[in-house]
Write a new protein. Structure first.
Length: 385
């Protein structure tokens, strides 16, 4: 056989089936890896580009104090550029919606504007993607501290305080029928006592203290009070006295109705339905807008139906719209939860407090010490030698 004949025979020889299967498998694997690389690489590339652009523009849109400490807050410098930053962050989230970084950067933009509710929403989204990230948790600490500071400087008008100061009137029951504590041996129609309960969605060890005004009979409570011009929002915590026995029936409706000057009818402005496990649920934040009666004296009727013993309303107060929105978030408990979730150590926070004191920064030192106290209160005791 000539060389030419041998080559021709080799060209026409069939490929073995086993080798064909291996070739096909290798081709499929190669195509799969290529597609996976594109699927992963393209979103990452676009996300990175938008994050980078947002970061560059953020440097011009937002200003930080110098020197910039870890608990420093940003301030707005260029509102127009800030909108561009948010557009880039929106685009970045479309490519990687679950990554925390874009959400955290958006929180900074709202912090610079002093929009603490929007900043909280953004940082909560960041926490969902990075719950154990201490930087994200500390952003949340700072945001809730701003809410707490606002509420401390804008306390509103407490309803029961107004009654005690004679700016309001307790119409029903009589004052001597309101007990200072829950005592079944005493014949009372209501109780006004400070109690501590958890807040839904917050670690149950972080109790919220509230001054509870609770009914002990089927008769409602009626109070006459003036609705402030700048604070027409009625804010309160609905709950059950922790010593209530027997527990209230399922579906108790706590209602508040208003009767304006010269009006015969009552207008219901609030209804909170207590869940079946209301004693373990804790406080339920609620609010009602009394704007239509602003600047006038009204009657409030607080009732429970079906009657449940020792159910009621805590920290009833008139607040501005901003204060009401902050109060609904129970920021102090969320602040505490963020400090615990961030994995911070009280010794490190106390060291920062000492550093600030050494620089003569008394306010910053006090802030670090408050944070350290929260963490220290929940740290495990040191092991005995």
């Amino acid at each position: 056989m000539t060389t030419e004949t041998a080559l021709s025979a080799a060209e026409t020889q069939e490929v073995a089936p086993g080798r064909m299967w291996l070739f096909g498998l290798a081709l499929v694997a190669t195509i799969g890896l290529l597609v996976a690389g594109v699927a992963l690489g393209v979103p990452l590339a676009f996300w990175t580009w938008h994050i980078h652009q947002a970061g560059i523009q953020m440097e011009e849109a937002v200003a930080w104090p110098e020197p910039r400490y870890s608990d420093a807050l940003p301030s707005l410098q260029d509102p127009t550029l800030l909108n561009s930053v948010r557009r880039h962050l929106d685009a970045a989230r479309r490519w990687r919606p679950n990554h925390f970084h874009a959400h955290r950067m958006e929180a900074v933009t709202h912090m610079a504007e002093g929009n603490w509710l929007a900043a909280e929403r953004a940082v909560e989204a960041a926490v969902a993607g990075a719950e154990r990230n201490p930087l994200v948790q500390f952003d949340r600490v700072l945001i809730h501290e701003q809410m707490m500071d606002h509420l401390a400087t804008h306390p509103g008008q407490g309803i029961w305080q107004a009654v005690q100061d004679q700016q309001g009137t307790l119409l029903r029951p009589a004052a001597d029928r309101v007990c200072a504590y829950l005592d079944r041996s005493t014949d009372c129609d209501a109780v006004n006592q400070t109690v501590s309960l958890p807040v839904p969605g917050i670690d149950p060890i972080l109790l919220r203290e509230g001054r509870l005004l609770a009914v002990l009979s089927a008769e409602p409570i009626e109070i006459e009070v003036f609705v402030p011009l700048a604070a027409p929002w009625l804010v309160f915590l609905a709950g059950v006295h922790p010593e209530s026995s027997p527990p209230p029936p399922a579906g108790v409706r706590l209602t508040i109705a208003v009767q304006g000057e010269g009006q015969a009818d009552w207008t219901q402005v609030s209804e909170v339905v207590l869940p079946p496990d209301s004693q373990s649920t804790g406080w339920i934040p609620a609010q009602a807008n009394l704007g239509r009666w602003v600047g006038t004296t009204v009657r409030l009727r607080l009732g429970a139906a079906p009657f449940g013993p020792a159910v009621g309303w805590a920290d009833l107060s008139f607040q501005s719209a901003d204060s009401a929105a902050f109060a609904m978030r129970t920021p102090e408990q969320r602040w505490q939860q963020s400090l615990l979730a961030g994995g911070f150590r009280s010794s490190d926070l106390q060291a920062l407090a000492q550093e600030a004191e050494n620089r003569g920064q008394e306010d910053r030192s006090a802030a670090w010490q408050r944070r350290a106290d929260v963490v220290a209160a929940h740290e495990p005791s040191p092991a005995s030698p």
